[in-house]
Design a protein. Structure first.
Length: 584
């Protein structure tokens, strides 16, 4: 076997921002607040998006490209005090903030230095629509080949709409191993606030390396299928009780919670992102009301709440008015509902600390949690609460309606798998689907789970969940319009708020339930549609939606995609790739 010399292939002489960028201030008091927009490209009237006052319609042309350079590698980290081997971006996890103004282009070069053992990789921009750039969606086996160990790949993506999101690896469950980070697009806002507090990740956290968990989840030993998380983190910080460590792993108590500073009387924008691998989270702040103003990328009519529900992949922007005393301190909470089947957590209570003006840095707040609900459907916040601010009525006459049944079963070799219409997804890394469709070959392997919707204009999909687990469903390339949801069979007629239905990019498919979604097929490509629970995705809970193959045929896919496949092909000639799960 030829061992690839990673360092020489990376051409380190040309790297721009590896050293020096490894200090992660996320969750620390010195973390910068965010601006209303980036000012290095002001247009004549002062705002990069000109006179536009709402994010409706196509993005403005700013003429700006923002460039980022990411080095992926293995490293040791101990965000909650427990030392583990992680995957890092420029030496840190979460990776650096990517930010841009509405309409900018963003170019991100990923260098794959994941060695010992080697792994391929690919990076996805959650909720980015990728109009005219479907090859930059970052799903290996669909929009590209994996980025081979020792090689680099540049994504070019457009900031098509303002809002809060994250980027994460889409290769196996690598994001649960640390490959993710925040992505913010500035633009006109339908609400006013004083200070942008920036991204706040809420997530479960596992002490075992992701590939060991995946191997168990897709393995044949039934006692190892359930994987409780070890901790719940806010901005990748938490404390852990090191007395629970029995195998000698280095661990220190009181690693420290994330902290934020509030000035009395100011209104803060918090950009919440659920980057979990396996569980639902309720977010709240003791003694404070949240004003929820957006769900995923969609601005919604503001509503007040004591908590907001975040499924994996979901985002919520909330405004919080600092009404406490100047010397007060309060807990911010990310609480996993630790009951079947919504979450399995050994430490479900994530906390961070908000310090007011003069509160000492080591203040310990009083415990005053808002009550959280018991909801065994693990649902998103009710649809009647989340009302899009800019309405888009439902087209009640879809051109095609397709039913898809998701089943959990143990297959003939004793592995636990999910099947979609009797077929568990399996990625073919060496033959990505978008380039295949671009060559005019629409005959796909069964295990690619491709649903070809031809030139249909309005596509409706009726998803049935035949099992007891919740599945936060994520569609790439579109916001899904939520037509209907609920237990059991859909009656085929009931639709929810047709004059202004909810739309977003992640929506919960509850246990033994239906979820009916639709989209206007105006974005040609091959788009992933999958459960965002990393372990369910590993078990094959995944389909591809092929939209407008005639237009896909006419696309000019950049040559970098083919060069990436050539590098992967060369790599796989000399190396056996351990594809431990479905691959995506
Ligand atoms: C590549 O990864 C190794 C650890 O696996 C690390 O020691 C080395 O510094 C990395 N190279 C670069 C250029 O980051
Ligand atoms: C299955 O896993 C359990 C728990 O880790 C272990 O005790 C048992 O020996 C395993 N069974 C087999 C057949 O490997
Ligand atoms: C830490 O865990 C140990 C062992 O289970 C337990 O005895 C101790 O009470 C725990 N400490 C705290 C502060 O929870
Ligand atoms: C994130 O979403 C998952 C899946 O719905 C959920 O189990 C988990 O509790 C959520 N985490 C947080 C911190 O909201
Ligand atoms: C928080 O609210 C509780 C009542 O819900 C009150 O007793 C307590 O004093 C408040 N704490 C602060 C610091 O305002
Ligand atoms: C929501 O909360 C804000 C700030 O706490 C308050 O100004 C507003 O009146 C509340 N709205 C409703 C409908 O209760
Ligand atoms: C989490 O909080 C709940 C409610 O306060 C409590 O019952 C539970 O013991 C806590 N769990 C842990 C592991 O601290
Ligand atoms: C939303 O629907 C729930 C039942 O699903 C109901 O209890 C609640 O009152 C409704 N809220 C509004 C604002 O209509
Ligand atoms: C069962 O599923 C596993 C994991 O996807 C797969 O490797 C195996 O080939 C499957 N067995 C059969 C008989 O299809
Ligand atoms: C899945 O298999 C079942 C049982 O073999 C069969 O009845 C059903 O028609 C199949 N569904 C699809 C979509 O192929
Ligand atoms: C089309 O793609 C399929 C699946 O990869 C492959 O089996 C088949 O040989 C291809 N057909 C042609 C004509 O290339
Ligand atoms: C619409 O989609 C269905 C189901 O995928 C397909 O059979 C049909 O050919 C499509 N119609 C057009 C006009 O492309
Ligand atoms: Cu799932």
């Amino acid at each position: 076997m030829v061992k690839v010399n990673v360092i020489s292939l990376l051409g380190l002489g040309s790297l721009r921002c590896v050293a020096g960028s490894a200090i992660n201030t996320l969750g620390m008091l010195e973390a910068p607040t965010l601006p209303k927009f980036l000012t290095n490209n002001p247009l004549p009237d002062g705002k990069p998006w000109g006179k536009l006052t709402s994010p409706v319609g196509s993005a403005p042309t700013t003429g700006v490209t923002r460039r980022y350079d990411f080095m992926f590698s293995r490293g040791v980290s101990s965000p909650d005090g427990f030392q583990k081997d992680s995957l890092l971006i420029n030496g840190q996890s979460p990776g650096p903030l990517i930010h841009a103004n509405w309409g900018d282009w963003i170019e991100i070069t990923v260098h794959n230095n994941i060695t010992n053992p080697d792994e391929g990789t690919a990076l996805h921009w959650h909720g980015f629509l990728q109009h005219n750039t479907p090859w930059s969606d970052g799903v290996p086996s669909v929009s590209q080949c994996p980025i081979a160990p020792g090689s680099s790949y540049t994504y070019r993506i457009r900031a098509e709409r303002p809002g809060t999101t994250w980027y994460h690896a889409h290769y196996s469950a690598q994001y649960a191993g640390g490959l993710y980070g925040p992505l913010v697009v500035y633009g006109p806002s339908h609400v006013d606030y004083d200070v942008d507090l920036g991204p706040i990740f809420v997530s479960d956290y596992f002490h075992r390396e992701y590939f060991h968990i995946v191997a168990d989840v897709v393995g044949t030993n039934a006692t190892r299928w359930g994987q409780p998380s070890d901790n719940t983190m806010i901005n990748a910080r938490a404390n852990f009780n090191c007395s629970l460590v029995t195998d000698g792993t280095p661990c220190h108590n009181n690693a420290g919670l994330s902290k934020f500073r509030f000035r009395k009387g100011k209104t803060y924008r918090l950009r919440l992102i659920n980057s979990s691998a396996g569980g639902l989270v309720y977010f709240s702040i003791d003694n404070h009301t949240l004003q929820v103003v957006s769900a995923d990328f969609v601005p919604i009519k503001p509503y007040n709440a004591t908590y907001v529900t975040l499924n994996i992949g979901n985002r919520a922007d909330v405004l919080v008015t600092a009404a406490g005393d100047k010397d007060a301190a309060f807990y911010m909470r990310a609480t996993q509902p630790n009951y079947f089947p919504c979450a399995r957590a050994n430490q479900p209570n994530g906390t961070a600390i908000i310090l007011y003006d003069s509160a000492a840095e080591n203040s310990i707040p009083a415990e005053n949690p808002h009550p959280i609900p018991v909801d065994t459907t693990c649902s998103n916040d009710p649809l009647n609460l989340t009302i899009p601010y800019y309405p888009e009525p439902l087209n009640r006459q879809p051109s095609v309606t397709r039913q898809i049944v998701a089943t959990l079963l143990v297959n003939a070799t004793g592995n636990q798998v999910y099947e979609m219409d009797n077929s568990s997804f399996h990625a073919n890394y060496n033959n990505p689907l978008l380039p295949q469709a671009n060559r005019g070959n629409l005959t796909f392997e069964r295990q690619s789970n491709v649903y070809n919707f031809g030139s249909n204009q309005t596509v409706r999909i009726v998803f049935y969940n035949n099992n007891q687990a919740p599945h936060p469903m994520h569609l790439h390339g579109y916001d899904m319009t939520i037509v209907s949801l609920g237990p059991g069979q859909w009656d085929g007629t009931t639709v929810f708020r047709p004059d202004n239905p909810m739309r977003r990019d992640v929506q919960m498919l509850s246990p033994f339930s239906h979820l009916v979604v639709q989209f206007e097929a105006n974005n040609p490509g091959v788009w992933a549609f999958h459960c965002h629970i990393a372990w369910h995705l590993s078990m094959g809970f995944y389909i591809n939606v092929l939209v407008r193959p005639d237009e896909v045929r006419r696309m000019q896919i950049p040559s970098a995609t083919k060069r990436g496949c050539d590098a992967w092909s060369k790599y796989t000639k000399d190396h056996t790739v351990q594809q431990i799960d479905d691959g995506a």
